[in-house]
Design a protein around this ligand. Sequence first.
Ligand code: FAD
Length: 470
Amino acid sequence: MLEATNEVYRALRQRFRGDLLRPIDPQYEPARVIWNGMVARRPGLIARCADVADVQAAVRAAAAAQVLTAIRCGGHSLAGFGTCDDGMVIDLSSMRQVAVDRNSRSCRFAGGCLLGTVDAATQKEGFAFPAGVVSHTGASGLVLGGGFGWLTRLHGLSSDNVEGCTLVTANGSVIRANAKENDDLFWALRGGGGNFGVVTEFEVRLHPVTSVLVGEAMCTGDDIPALVRHWRDFMQESPDNLRWSLSLRLAPDAEHVPVELRRRPAVTQAAVWVGDIKKGGDCLDHILSLCNPVGVTRKNMSFLALQTMADEEFPHGRRYYTKSGYCKTLDDHTIDLMVQSLASIPSPLTQIELAYLGGAATRVGAAETAFGDRSSPFVINLLGNWSKLSEDVSNVSWVRSLFQSLKPSMTPGVYINFMSGDEEDRVPEAYRERWARLVSVKSHYDPSNFFRLNQNIPPQEMAEKRSIPR
Ligand code: FAD
């Protein structure tokens, strides 16, 4: 262990209530690992905090010793920001309390919660928090970056449903941020990522959702571009109750896929309807009949089942690399480029994920929160997903090259939670007209850029060296 990390360890060990894990400790190895197998780093110390006082002590000790510090909730940062080499990780995984208030339809959850932790507690009371689609994702990272999933079109981004945060700032103080207290910080926390402090508790609005209608289907061959075009046109007029997402990929080696189609280019579809069952049934019947689909299913599903439906598709430890962007419209040429790219896709696990936002997320004003672009509804996420280290180069190159060819069709901007670790230059682009205000809030709450393992918004002096792309 480096001397600086050792100093932090010595400063903390007397009063720390959680676990302090060093490379010599047996619990260190499993605690070190994060979701993305591409990011294998070895921090000098993992401070697994038991409570807010532990977080304060850890921040103060690391700041005093000037130790590089990563904050980890679920460890799902695609870029790997939940860990570092040699420095310290503040691990919040022991802080997973959730308190639901039925009367106010709200809940408070601690900064280490996974989405599944929040869902389990809120569903017991008949409510849902709009968040992401994989239950082992950390709630903090997702919410601080924005957060979208099955309920977004109806109830907004996760961050749009945040009413307040409690956080430990860079000097170790505990403060609250909401519409009345530290409102500039509250603005920045809704989309600005982990730049401003360690959020130890979120207070969020809930919505009465316990079951949904879910349909799935797959199209292949010439039906792929035709289906994507139908989807593009349909979503622009569709009710907010519908979230219909597509994945361009190779057909999976799964039981429900006819043998002759497996590993052939395909578009898989998942459609979720929240609300009136009759209207939803008619809508799903229509969209799931387009372009000669195979493997069509349609069923009622509990919200908890929906939220865990994709869990196994994205397991911990595989190798992942992503590039993402927004489009205002999706022209035929862009669709053709994506479809053609399937011919050279190096991994049967890789997907080009297509989502359409719109709905409630676009009814929040662009300046109301720090979240990036709300005006370009099409989200393209190239998610490289493979198993072997020896295949890194081919998979990363494929994602990069497809991204370069799609870039001219994209609007400037990117969803920060879908960025990879080599895209620091895109952070100003992600925030554009919100950048200057974010830099000002950062300068006030974290002038030394202590919280820098993130999609970093540097304080003023450092920011002047970066530029906002036009
Ligand atoms: P971590 O790696 O723990 O942290 C990520 C970042 O957040 C770091 O910069 C960290 O410093 C900061 N951070 C974490 N906790 C705190 C805290 N308490 N206080 C301050 N800063 C903190 N996104 C969506 O919007 N919708 C989806 O449906 C979706 N699905 C996903 C599925 C998978 C399998 C994966 C891997 C990611 C998905 N994402 C989705 C992206 C996801 O939002 C980001 O990866 C997010 O960063 C994950 O949060 P985390 O807490 O697990 O990450």
